[in-house]
Design a binder for this molecule. Sequence first.
Ligand SMILES: NC(=O)C1=CN([C@@H]2O[C@H](COP(=O)(O)OP(=O)(O)OC[C@H]3O[C@@H](n4cnc5c(N)ncnc54)[C@H](OP(=O)(O)O)[C@@H]3O)[C@@H](O)[C@H]2O)C=CC1
Ligand SMILES: Cc1cn([C@H]2C[C@H](O)[C@@H](COP(=O)(O)OP(=O)(O)O[C@H]3O[C@@H](C)C(=O)[C@@H](O)[C@H]3O)O2)c(=O)[nH]c1=O
Length: 305
Amino acid sequence: MAGWSQSAPIKVLVTGAQGQVGSELVKLGFSDTYFEMIALDRHGMDITSVESIRHALDHYMPDYVVNTAAYNKVDAAEHDKQHCFKLNRDGIANLAEECGALSIPIVHLSTDHLFDGHYASGYSEDDEVSPLGVFGESKRQGEELLRQYQPKHIILRVSWIFSTHGYNYLLRTLEKARVSQAIEAADDRQGCPTSASDVARVIVAIIKQLDNGAEAWGTYHYCGAEITTRYRFTEAILAGAGQYEALKTEVLIPVPKKELHAEVERPASSVLKCHKLLSTFGIKQRPWRSELVSVLRDIYTNKRY
Ligand SMILES: NC(=O)C1=CN([C@@H]2O[C@H](COP(=O)(O)OP(=O)(O)OC[C@H]3O[C@@H](n4cnc5c(N)ncnc54)[C@H](OP(=O)(O)O)[C@@H]3O)[C@@H](O)[C@H]2O)C=CC1
Ligand SMILES: Cc1cn([C@H]2C[C@H](O)[C@@H](COP(=O)(O)OP(=O)(O)O[C@H]3O[C@@H](C)C(=O)[C@@H](O)[C@H]3O)O2)c(=O)[nH]c1=O
């Protein structure tokens, strides 16, 4: 294994490289000579195809694989169970079996939706999982199969991801705020928003330590610092974006989540406790509010709307 001052960069293959976390990870890795990033979208490596995985692994021979590919539409998953499980369970099983056979460690992302959300104070890695819907159950089973097929893994459970692009609550709120005079936001769902670039920072820090001999395989939680609600998060989004453009929204209405007519229940508490990541890798939580300021600045400076 390479040390801090290694001569050759380590090869990190990223699946789902055009997604929120995937693209931030690739960007960060490209700016760091420690890494050679192999950025693959679904055409470069389709995780539902064993043949495609084998071809990519044989061709690139990575030192690590980071799996960010997933099916993430929580409501749609209720009607699209087969597709959701094909990616989130079978896809990760394929990857785990192939990487296991070649002894390539995997860093895999998972979610707060594994929990039913009844613990207001939040969830640690040892807490029992009990998903409320198809998406959460598919991710739970994906985790299990990864543990079974490739013991050299890191499962990083994260929550409420936002970024400059992709399908996320921040961008959907901005779209609504440009056309609606009033917006409703759940005041009974608490969690910790996390920027995609912050998740990328954490993954990079973990891989560097693994590469320097930390045998710290297992499951970890990470999320942005400061527990909030969807209502308070929306308030922060509107206040931040309002500094760049005149939004149509004048009223933000706090409502119970059940009035928002979603297909599937969300955990009342999505709070992930991050002590294990801190004590094992020394990685601290970054405040989501400062991350939100950076992401909004990027959106408006680079006209990503
Ligand atoms: N978004 C969130 O709030 C949260 C996400 N997570 C987890 O974090 C990880 C990253 O999430 P995020 O960055 O938001 O994901 P995105 O949905 O932004 O990106 C997922 C990527 O996977 C790609 N993909 C789809 N099907 C395949 C396939 N068969 N083979 C390879 N790639 C495929 C997609 O490509 P295409 O666009 O072409 O379909 C997309 O680029 C996921 O594991 C997710 O479950 C956890 C908690 C919160
Ligand atoms: C439609 C709507 C929803 N909400 C609330 C209800 C619900 O708690 C939440 C739903 O927002 P989202 O669709 O972004 O959340 P959700 O689909 O739950 O998004 C998730 O993505 C998956 C992949 C994850 O793993 C989670 O961490 C989470 O970020 O927002 C409002 O407050 N106002 C609204 O107008």
